[in-house]
Write a protein that binds this ligand. Structure first.
Ligand code: HEC
Length: 495
């Protein structure tokens, strides 16, 4: 314990408000007796199931069930890992620290999390509704359809509103729709060419908070390469809208951020892209690792970063990587933080804290407090395993790794996408809480954080479709863009 404490104190990035992750102790020797396991289910079944049960239900050798809500809590991540590493000697469980790698031992924790989640979902289902009213911890609400599937939305990705109430909705296929009273009433023509490559396409729309004064609307999208239109990279522009009726033409376009031509890739994954305003003259947005995880920590490559620029795209002098030395190394000066996998949710909380949600591999989507200059670990530190059930890393940084850990990790993954902060008067009980969506999880979670720690979490939407966007409207209602089916729903307070 003492040794652990010393390493812990000496190596974790000193950001007072963060919850640092404990550092790993020494690297354990590679697997010997059990071989280097590439399949966590197999490893569990062959090694652990005889005592803990095939599904974690316990019973053998005096084990308790692992399938409890209390056991599922993330606070057990480290104790579970330590139990596997050090054994539970007085109760007959041997230590696996000599025979398994750290990544394998963490992979077993992920396997336990998957068993627990499956059990808890089967036991309690999703949020419960009576006569159309969902009674949650701090608010009762109804779920209404706002824009139905018959309105022709195609993979709606983002929603924002103009001050006159007109809703702007991006379709990933490239169309920017205008929506009024639940009807898709028009288009914005003349927007830049985007390309739907896998998960990419026309993605973000963000109306400037002072739109009435300056008329700016920001877009984030996959720009096709001029050399090879099947390859692309995330680009951010702004422009103005000239309306005739509910249709508009895009004018006065300015490039806010674009990537160097040699960074474009044909990969169809991890474009990031949300845009948020700090109301102090800057915008923040993210770009995912584009399937090239090794580039996420590389400050000379655009992949896997969150960016901060002035609203006109110029580079703030107080960005973290703008020194002459950085410039000489070819560091991208717009970078705010790095080591991200695929930030698809971004929001400022009511205290001005910047949060992102990231789509991680199998197990370990993250909710991070994003701070200046920090490294979020991908791909060297993280909670996930590969989709093929083989281990990658652990969430515990090595002594030489300065990594900020998440306030919360979804384990198993939800396919995190869409994040906002509850404001306005419609849901006083949720004021200041974060609302976070999940694609594969088909969920919206309400999350309360205090002093950068998660203190409360409940699922408020489940099983209605893949959640792409979660955003609080000018009316304070919580709007959710679903894919499959392609529609928009909202949570409204129930009387
Ligand atoms: C010989 C029986 C046995 C085997 C094999 C075994 N365990 Fe255990 N394990 C126990 C007992 C007994 C306990 C303590 C009682 C309990 O927590 O159920 C325990 C505790 C644990 C805990 C802590 C649970 C808690 O609630 O704090 C974890 C995690 C765990 N084992 C994981 C594993 C994994 C993973 C494997 C396979 C690599 C494994 N165990 C193999 C018997 C075993």
């Amino acid at each position: 314990m003492l040794r652990y404490g010393l390493i812990f104190g000496g190596t974790v990035l000193a950001v007072a408000c963060m919850s640092p992750m404990p550092a790993a102790e020494t690297a354990s020797p590679r697997s010997t007796a059990l071989g280097q396991a590439s399949n966590m289910s197999k490893l569990y079944n062959e090694t652990c199931a005889k005592c803990h049960g095939a599904n974690g239900q316990g019973g053998g050798a005096g084990t308790k069930t692992l399938l409890t809500r209390a056991g599922f809590d993330q606070k057990n991540d480290r104790p579970y890992f330590d139990a596997i590493k050090n054994g539970v000697k007085d109760m007959g469980m041997e230590a696996y620290g000599e025979t398994l790698t750290e990544a394998e031992m963490w992979g077993l924790v992920v396997h336990i999390r998957e068993m627990q989640a499956g059990f808890l979902r089967a036991e309690s289902g999703g949020p419960k509704e009576t006569n159309g009213v969902y009674a949650s911890q701090r608010a009762s609400y109804r779920i209404e359809t706002v824009v139905d599937t018959d309105q022709g939305l195609r993979t709606p990705w983002a929603i924002d509103w103009l001050p006159n109430g007109l809703m702007l909705v991006t379709n990933r296929s490239g169309k920017l729709s205008t929506v009024r009273n639940g009807k898709a009433v028009g288009d914005v023509t003349g927007i830049p060419e985007s390309r739907e490559i896998g998960q990419g396409g026309l993605m973000e729309v963000a109306v400037h908070p002072d739109y009435r004064k300056n008329g700016w609307v920001y877009l984030g999208f996959t720009e096709p390469s001029k050399m090879n239109p099947r390859s692309g990279m995330t680009k951010i522009v702004r422009g103005k809208l000239k309306f005739s009726g509910d249709n508009a033409v895009w004018t006065d376009e300015q490039t806010i951020f674009e990537c160097a031509p040699n960074t474009f890739t044909g990969s169809g994954v991890h474009f990031g892209t949300r845009i948020v305003f700090d109301q102090k003259g800057h915008i923040f947005f993210g770009i995912g690792d584009r399937g090239d995880q090794a580039k996420a920590p590389d400050l000379t490559r655009p992949n896997g970063k969150i960016y901060r620029v002035n609203e006109d795209g110029s580079i703030p002098k107080d960005n973290p990587f703008v020194s002459d030395a950085d410039k000489a190394k070819g560091v991208i000066p717009q970078i705010w933080s790095y080591g991200h996998r695929n930030p698809q949710g971004l929001t400022f909380d009511l205290q001005g804290g910047l949060w992102d949600t990231e789509h991680a591999p199998r197990g370990g989507d993250e909710l991070n407090l994003v701070v200046k200059g920090a490294n979020y670990g991908w791909p060297n530190v993280g909670h996930g395993i590969n989709y093929n059930d083989s281990p990658i890393a652990t969430p515990f940084p090595k002594p030489n790794e300065n990594v900020n850990g998440p306030a919360f990790r979804w384990l198993p993954s939800i396919g995190a996408c869409g994040l906002d902060t509850v404001k306005g008067s419609a849901f006083p009980g949720w004021k200041g809480d974060l609302v976070a969506g999940g694609l594969s999880g088909q969920n919206v979670d309400r999350i309360r954080v205090k002093d950068s720690q998660l203190v409360e979490r409940e699922e408020i939407v489940y099983g209605m479709g893949r959640v792409r966007e979660v955003t609080v409207g000018p009316d304070g209602f919580v709007y959710v863009a679903l894919n499959q089916p392609d529609k928009i729903i909202r949570l409204v307070p129930a009387k």
